[in-house]
Design a protein around this ligand. Structure first.
Ligand code: ARG
Length: 464
């Protein structure tokens, strides 16, 4: 059992069961690079303002880098009695550089230290996720470009509605993941605020320079209120909220891939390398990756709920409850990153079946709206046109035919304005290309959307 930093006030030793219960080292050890970088900046700042000497600072910094190497190489010994990563590193520093190590924690508390470490961790993680989303958006744009001539039924209520380009469908996901990237970028602004120097909660009596610490650690802003600085976890909540919304998008995409690869749809086939088999049914090829992504979505929602619930009744400022912020944060970061990585790899390997998609788009009266629109073009008010088209559909259904298989005479029984040119209007290509309203599925529109997305991605890449 090790000496505790607070043992001056305590007559009894901590019970070992308490050490086991309160320890967070197995979780927070992954913060170590940030803890060390933060401590190094803190030392340099203390030396700059004259709270410690330059020699003391140099000895501390040197010792901290040695510990960093030890941790990097996996030689560091962890011990539950030392609670968390902050105490582990400080205790090891004492062994490394001797009693000067006792000066490191001047003008600092673990309350502001853990807030700093978590913010540094999350800004790196958010940056990687934004980068991953950029790669995924690039994959979607490439798919859209490849499938610019593939037509499939668009659905509402999961009933065939109107034909759309597969490219348009992919670009819908591009839009969703673009909003996600924007949301993460926005939450990053509020993560990137430097809390160190708030100390326990009230600030400190030492003449510290928090702006200098912020500069050393590349923070554009310094937390303005010491109590808020140690009590705030909004930045994690915002990240988890953005992550949850992003997982909704992953889950919807996954759901479509599961449905599309079923024997009922047969729109796509997943690559063998990205599917799994059944241990009992030899014929099966299962879409386990999209299914697992859909399943993992629930975990990330749970992470958000866990932290919202954790924070909702905490009085200012720091409370030990907040140690429980890290498991949901780390879980959401890892889960989202895993889903991103695998989706980026899987999507380009999907085999699309354009003939099946086209056939499905040709059956089920997907051109009924276009029949109505044709009538409107010949002066029939839309509501009347809708009703005429409906009667044509009922008639065709009774004959077991599609609208475009009815004869001109049959159609003219429902409206005198119908002429032979109607049949052009009822073809898939015509239906697609007449939907030229901004944001619609006409090939020219989708081509322009793809070009605009490609340009934006290239600009984002330069800016990153
Ligand atoms: N392990 C703690 C956490 O993650 C560090 C801060 C501890 N502060 C304290 N006053 N006990 O929140």
């Amino acid at each position: 059992m090790s000496e505790k930093p607070w043992d001056g006030r305590f007559a009894e030793r901590t019970d070992t069961s308490v050490e086991a219960f309160t320890s967070s080292i197995q979780i927070d050890k992954r913060l170590y690079p940030y803890d060390i970088e933060g401590s190094v900046a803190h030392c340099r700042m203390l030396a700059k303002v004259g709270v410690i000497t330059e020699d003391e600072s140099a000895a501390l910094v040197e010792g901290l880098w040695r510990i960093q190497r030890e941790l990097d190489q996996g030689h560091f010994q962890f011990d539950d009695s030392l609670e968390d990563i902050h105490m582990h590193i400080e205790a090891r520093l004492l062994q490394e550089v001797g009693k000067v190590a006792r000066k490191l924690h001047t003008a600092r508390s673990r309350n502001d230290q853990v807030a700093l470490d978590t913010r540094m961790f999350l800004r790196d993680a958010t940056g990687r996720i934004i980068e991953g989303l950029r790669a995924l958006r690039g994959v979607l744009v490439a798919l859209a470009d490849r499938h610019l001539d593939v037509i499939l039924p668009g659905y509402t209520h999961l009933q065939r509605a109107q034909p759309v380009l597969l490219a348009h469908h992919w670009m819908a996901y591009y839009e969703m993941f673009t909003r996600d990237a924007e949301r993460f970028g926005d939450s990053l602004k509020r993560t990137n605020v430097m809390p160190l120097g708030a100390a326990a909660l009230a600030g400190t009596t030492y003449p510290i320079d928090r702006h200098y610490t912020a500069e050393l650690l590349h923070f554009p802003a310094v937390a303005a209120n010491s109590m808020d600085a140690v009590a705030d976890r909004d930045f994690i909540l915002e990240f988890l909220a953005a992550a949850s919304i992003c997982m909704v998008h992953f889950s919807r995409l996954s759901e479509e891939l599961v449905i599309w690869s079923s024997s009922e749809f047969r729109f796509i086939e997943l690559a063998d390398a990205f599917s799994t088999g059944s241990s009992i049914m030899p014929q099966k090829k299962n879409p386990d990756i999209p299914e697992l992504i859909r399943g993992k979505t629930g975990r990330v929602f749970g992470d958000l709920m866990a932290l919202l619930t954790l924070m909702k009744s905490l009085p200012l400022a720091y409370n030990r409850d907040m140690q429980e912020d890290k498991p949901p944060l780390f879980d959401a970061v890892d889960t989202l990153q895993g889903c991103l990585d695998i989706t980026i790899k899987m999507l380009p390997t999907i085999k699309v079946k354009p003939d099946v998609m086209r056939q499905s788009a040709s059956v089920g009266f997907l051109n009924a709206t276009d029949l109505a629109d044709y009538l409107v073009g010949r002066g029939v008010p839309f509501r009347n046109a809708h009703s005429i088209a409906g009667r044509c559909v009922a008639h065709a259904l009774a004959q077991g035919k599609e609208l475009h298989h009815l004869t001109l005479q049959e159609l003219q029984n429902f409206s005198k304005v119908i002429e032979a040119d109607l049949f052009d209007h009822l073809t898939l290509e015509h239906m697609i290309n007449r939907r030229q309203s901004y944001g619609g599925t006409a090939t020219e529109n989708v081509r322009a959307a793809i070009a605009a997305a490609g340009k934006r991605l290239a600009e984002e890449k330069v800016a990153a």
